[in-house]
Design a protein around this ligand. Structure first.
Ligand code: BGC
Ligand code: NOJ
Length: 812
C-alpha cells in the first residue's frame, strides 16, 4: 500500500493523504539554518546546533504524534468554521490534500469549503531564515470573509534546558513586537547577542505572544480559543511560554487570490551594538530590518526559490545515471544524494528519531557521511575533515562526538571507541581521491582543540594508525575499547545498574576483548596510508603501512576466521563472538563485509565462503540482518546488544548501514546479480509499494528494519540520519555501477546484473565532465575501456584536465 508517489521530473515525493503511518518529514536549509518539517506542517527550526540554538519548540513523544510546528489556521468568518490547510493540528476533512517534499523545500496544499490554500516552506541559500509562502484562493462564486492565524512556539534556545528547567524558564521569556514583526529575545538582555523574529507581509488585525493567551488553559493547538473566537489581545509575554501568532483579516472576491509571506529567522548583532537606542533594552533592528524587508517581497521570494532550485541542480548534476532500473535512477539521482547532504549537515543530531539534544556530531559518523557527500561540495568536506581532526586526541584516539556550535569534543561521552581513528583516514582518503587536493595534508591542526598542539593533518592520520598498533590484544587483533562500529557490542562494560550507559560505564580494563571489525578497518586505513605515502614520495612509510596491513591480515586469517565465516570478536574472557560455537549470535554481518573490503582472505577463498554464509544465514526479503540467531536473553558481558528484543536494532534487525558492505563485497567477488539484489531489497523506492509494512518515508533510507525474528518484520525505524545513506551511495555508484574516484583518476569497474544490457553515467570529476556509456557484450565482468574512442589498458581513466571526456565501457 502507498501513501503517495514519486514525481521524478520535479524531484519531489508527493504524499496524497495526511495520515501517513508515521510523520514523513523533510529538511529545510543546508548551511547554518535548519528546519525539520513533516507532511502536516510539524517540526522545528534551529541555527547550526539543534541543542544549543533551537528556535522553536518540539515535543518528542507527544500524543497525538507530531503536534507542534509551523501552523496556519484559516477561519471562515461567516460561520466561524476554522481549519488548518496542512491538516494538523485541526485535522479537518480536507479536499485535494497534497504534500510535496522536494530538494530543500516542502509544499503543502489543500482545499476546504471552497478555499484553496498552498504553503511553500524553504530556506533561501545563504540566509538564516525560513520563508512560509502562503497563497489563498477563493474558488467559490461568493465573497468570503476570512481570518488567518500563524503560529510558532519559541524555544528558549538551549533545547535541553528548555525542556527541563521550568523553575527558571517560566520566568525569563521576553519579546518585542514592532509592526508585523514579533521578536523573540529571551536572554538577549544578558549574554546572548542573537534573537529570532517572525515577520508577516500583511498588516495585522492583532497578535499574541503568550501561549496561554492564544490557546487559553486546557485547550491545545487543535482548538485555540483565539481562532475559535477570532479575537486576539496583543499579549506581550514576560515569562511563561513565548509564541508568535499573527492575526490577519481579509476578504476574497470570487476567484481572488491573496499571497501572504511569513518569515521566521535568526539574527546576531555585534555585542556592542545590541540595543537601540543605546542604553535601552530594545533590540537594535538596523541590521535585520533590510533582510526582513527584502524577503517580505514576493519577487525576492520567487528569486530565492529559483536559487534554491539551481543550488540543488548543481549538487545533483555531479552524478547522474540512466540505468534499466527506475529505483536505481531515482534514488541515486535524487534522494540518496539529497539524504547524503542531510546526514553530512546533521550527523545523527536532529530527526524525528534523534531529539537534537542527545548527540552532536559523531566522529565515525561524520567521517562516513563524507563518503557520500564529498563529490557535492568538496570545500565543505575539507572543512569538516579539519574540524574532526581538531577533536582527535594526541594518542591518535578521538572524542566520539562533538558539538557543532563549539567544535569541542564531548567529555561526557569521551573516547576509546577503537574504530574511530581509522575512519578519519578513510574519510580523508575519500576526499583526496575526489579532489587531489594534497595540500590538505599539510594543514596544521591541533589535537583536542589545544592551541600549541598543532600538527599536520598527515601526522594526525599517522597517529590514527599508531593508535591501533598501540592497542593490540592477546591474539594480535586490535582491542575493541568501549565499542567498535557496533556501538552495542560493549565488551568491557559489565554494568548491573539499570540505566547506566553501556558505552561510557567501562568496568573492565579493556586489555583482552578484541575486534575483527577494527582489524579490517585498520587494514583498509593502512592501505590508504600506503598509497598516500607513496604519492608523497615517502617510500619508507609506504613500506611500513604495507607491512602493518599484511601482518594484520595474517593475524585475522588465523584468529579471525571461524571456518565458514569471519568471527566478530573475542570477549573479555577471551571467548569467541560470532562463531558456530556460540548459542546465539553465531554469525555477524560486519566482519563479512569489511574483511572483504580489506581484502582479507580474498585469494584464499575465505571471502566467497563468508558471502555464502551471509546468503544462507543472514539474507531476508527485507534485507540482510546484522546477526543470527539474535540473542534471546540478556548477556551481561556483551553490553547493549542483547538489551534489544530479538530482531530489533543491533540485535538482529536489518541494520541498513551494513548491507552495502555486503553489496561491495559481492562486487569485489564479481557477483553483480547478488549485489544488485541486495541493493534493491533495501532501496526505499523499491519498498514504496509496502509502505504499510515499512512505515517510514519511502524516499530515504532508515537505519533499521525489524528483522526476521521480530513480529514486526519489515518495519523500518530511525529514518534519515544514518550512515546507510553514504554507504549505499558508495555501493551503488562506486562498486556496482563501478565509477570510483581514485588517487590518480577515475576507476571504472562496473559489476552489474547479467540482465543489464548497459547504462550511462555522467560524472563531474576534478573539473571534467565524464560521459560514460557502458554496454554489455558478454556475461562476465571483463572490462574494456575506450577513452575518447581510444582503447586504454586497465580500468583507470587518468585525470587529464579536459573539460569533457567520453568513455565507452564494454563488459564481456
Ligand atoms: C543505539 C546505537 C547507537 C548508540 C550510540 C545505542 O543505544 O542502539 O544504535 O549507535 O546508542 O549512542
Ligand atoms: C548508530 C551510530 O550513530 C553509529 O555510530 C553506529 O556505528 C551504529 N549505530 C551501529 O551501532
Amino acid at each position: 500500500m502507498q501513501f503517495g508517489y514519486f514525481d521524478d521530473s520535479n524531484r519531489e515525493y508527493v504524499i496524497s493523504q495526511p495520515d501517513t503511518p508515521l510523520p514523513w518529514i523533510n529538511y529545510l536549509g543546508a548551511e547554518d539554518y535548519f528546519g525539520l518539517i513533516s507532511n502536516t506542517g510539524g517540526g522545528y527550526s534551529f541555527y547550526q546546533d539543534a541543542r544549543l540554538r533551537r528556535l522553536t519548540r518540539y515535543r518528542y513523544n507527544n500524543v497525538p504524534t507530531d503536534m507542534g510546528g509551523r501552523y496556519l489556521y484559516l477561519r471562515d468568518n461567516a460561520d466561524g468554521q476554522y481549519w488548518s490547510p496542512t491538516w494538523m493540528p485541526t485535522q479537518n476533512q480536507l479536499e485535494d490534500y497534497s504534500c510535496r517534499h522536494g530538494m530543500g523545500y516542502t509544499k503543502i496544499g489543500s482545499t476546504f469549503n471552497g478555499i484553496r490554500a498552498d504553503l511553500r516552506y524553504f530556506v533561501p541559500p545563504g540566509e538564516t531564515l525560513e520563508i512560509w509562502d502562503v497563497t489563498i484562493k477563493n474558488l467559490t462564486d461568493e465573497d468570503r470573509q476570512l481570518s488567518a492565524f500563524s503560529s510558532v512556539e519559541f524555544c528558549l534556545w538551549d533545547a535541553n534546558d528548555d525542556a527541563t528547567n521550568f523553575q527558571r524558564n517560566l520566568n525569563i521569556g521576553e519579546l518585542e513586537v514592532q509592526d508585523s514583526v514579533i521578536y523573540h529575545k529571551t536572554e538577549y538582555r544578558e549574554r546572548r547577542n542573537h534573537f529570532a523574529y517572525f515577520a508577516c507581509s500583511e498588516p495585522l488585525a492583532g497578535f499574541e505572544t503568550q501561549r496561554e493567551a492564544f490557546l487559553v488553559p486546557y485547550r491545545g493547538y487543535q482548538n485555540p480559543q483565539a481562532v475559535l473566537r477570532d479575537v486576539t489581545n496583543k499579549s506581550l509575554t514576560v515569562g511563561w511560554s513565548p509564541v508568535g501568532v499573527h492575526h490577519l483579516r481579509f476578504s476574497l472576491a470570487p476567484g481572488e487570490t491573496r499571497r501572504v509571506i511569513f518569515l521566521l529567522g535568526y539574527f546576531e548583532n555585534p555585542a556592542d551594538q545590541k540595543f537601540s537606542p543605546p542604553g535601552s533594552q530594545k533590540i537594535n533592528k538596523a541590521g535585520v530590518e533590510p533582510i526582513i524587508e527584502k524577503y517580505l517581497n514576493p519577487q525576492a521570494v520567487d528569486q530565492a526559490f529559483e536559487h534554491l532550485k539551481q543550488y540543488w541542480q548543481a549538487n545533483l548534476n555531479v552524478l547522474q545515471v540512466v540505468t534499466p532500473d527506475q529505483h536505481v535512477n531515482r534514488v541515486v539521482n535524487i534522494w540518496n544524494a539529497y539524504q547524503c547532504m542531510v546526514t553530512f549537515n546533521l550527523s545523527r543530531s536532529a530527526s524525528y528519531f534523534e531529539s537534537g539534544i542527545g548527540r552532536g556530531m559523531g566522529f565515525r559518523d561524520s567521517n562516513q557521511d563524507l563518503l557520500g557527500f564529498v563529490q557535492m561540495v568538496p570545500e565543505r568536506a575539507r572543512q569538516r575533515i579539519l574540524d574532526l581532526a581538531t577533536t582527535q586526541l594526541e594518542s591518535g584516539g578521538a572524542y566520539h562526538q562533538y558539538q557543532p556550535l563549539t567544535n569541542r569534543g564531548n567529555d561526557a561521552v569521551g573516547g576509546n571507541f577503537n574504530d574511530d581513528p581509522a575512519w578519519l583516514v578513510l574519510g580523508t582518503a575519500a576526499y583526496l581521491k575526489e579532489t587531489a587536493d594534497w595540500g590538505i595534508l599539510d594543514e596544521a591542526v591541533p589535537f583536542d582543540n589545544k592551541p600549541g598542539s598543532e600538527a599536520s593533518l598527515f601526522e594526525h592520520l599517522e597517529r590514527s594508525i599508531q593508535y591501533t598498533l598501540d592497542n593490540i590484544g592477546p591474539h594480535g587483533l586490535p582491542l575493541i575499547g568501549r565499542a567498535d562500529w557496533n556501538d552495542c557490542l560493549n565488551l568491557n562494560t559489565f554494568s548491573e545498574k539499570p540505566g547506566e550507559s553501556f558505552q561510557t560505564t567501562t568496568s573492565r580494563d579493556g586489555k583482552v576483548a578484541e575486534s575483527v571489525v577494527v582489524a579490517a578497518l585498520f587494514i583498509m586505513a593502512a592501505n590508504e596510508m600506503q598509497a598516500i605515502s607513496n604519492h608523497l614520495g615517502m617510500g619508507d612509510k609506504a613500506a611500513f603501512y604495507k607491512n602493518a596491513a599484511e601482518k594484520m591480515a595474517g593475524v585475522t586469517r588465523k584468529h579471525g576466521w571461524d571456518g565458514d565465516w569471519f568471527l566478530r570478536a573475542y570477549d573479555h574472557f577471551g571467548d569467541v563472538i560470532g562463531s558456530q560455537e556460540c548459542e546465539d549470535g553465531k554469525i555477524f554481518i560486519e566482519p563479512q563485509g569489511l574483511c572483504a573490503m580489506a581484502g582479507i582472505g580474498l585469494k584464499e577463498g575465505m571471502v566467497e565462503k563468508a558471502l555464502e554464509a551471509v546468503q544462507t544465514h543472514l539474507a531476508t526479503t527485507h534485507g540482510i540482518v546484522l546477526l543470527d540467531p539474535p540473542y534471546h536473553d540478556y548477556h551481561l558481558h556483551l553490553g547493549e546488544i542483547s538489551s534489544y528484543p530479538p530482531g530489533y536494532k543491533e540485535n538482529g534487525s536489518v541494520f541498513c548501514h551494513t548491507n552495502p558492505w555486503i553489496m561491495i563485497a559481492e562486487s569485489i567477488v564479481g557477483d553483480g546479480d547478488r549485489a544488485m539484489d541486495y541493493y534493491l531489497r533495501i532501496n526505499p523506492s523499491n519498498r514504496e509499494a509496502i509502505s504499510d509494512v515499512h512505515r517510514c518515508e519511502p524516499y530515504v533510507y532508515a537505519q533499521t528494519i525489524a528483522g526476521k525474528a521480530a513480529d514486526r518484520f519489515g518495519e523500518a525505524k530511525n529514518s534519515w540520519l544514518t550512515g546507510t545513506a553514504a554507504w549505499n551511495f558508495v555501493a551503488i555508484t562506486q562498486w556496482i555501477l563501478g565509477v570510483r574516484p581514485d588517487y590518480d583518476g577515475l576507476r571504472i569497474e562496473p559489476v552489474v546484473s547479467k540482465n543489464w544490457k548497459g547504462f550511462k553515467v555522467r560524472r563531474q570529476f576534478r573539473g571534467t565532465l565524464y560521459e560514460i556509456e557502458v554496454v554489455r557484450e558478454g556475461t562476465g565482468n571483463n572490462i574494456s575501456l575506450f577513452v575518447n574512442g581510444k582503447k586504454i589498458e586497465g580500468t583507470l581513466v587518468e585525470a587529464v584536465g579536459a573539460s569533457q571526456v567520453s568513455v565507452k565501457v564494454v563488459i564481456a
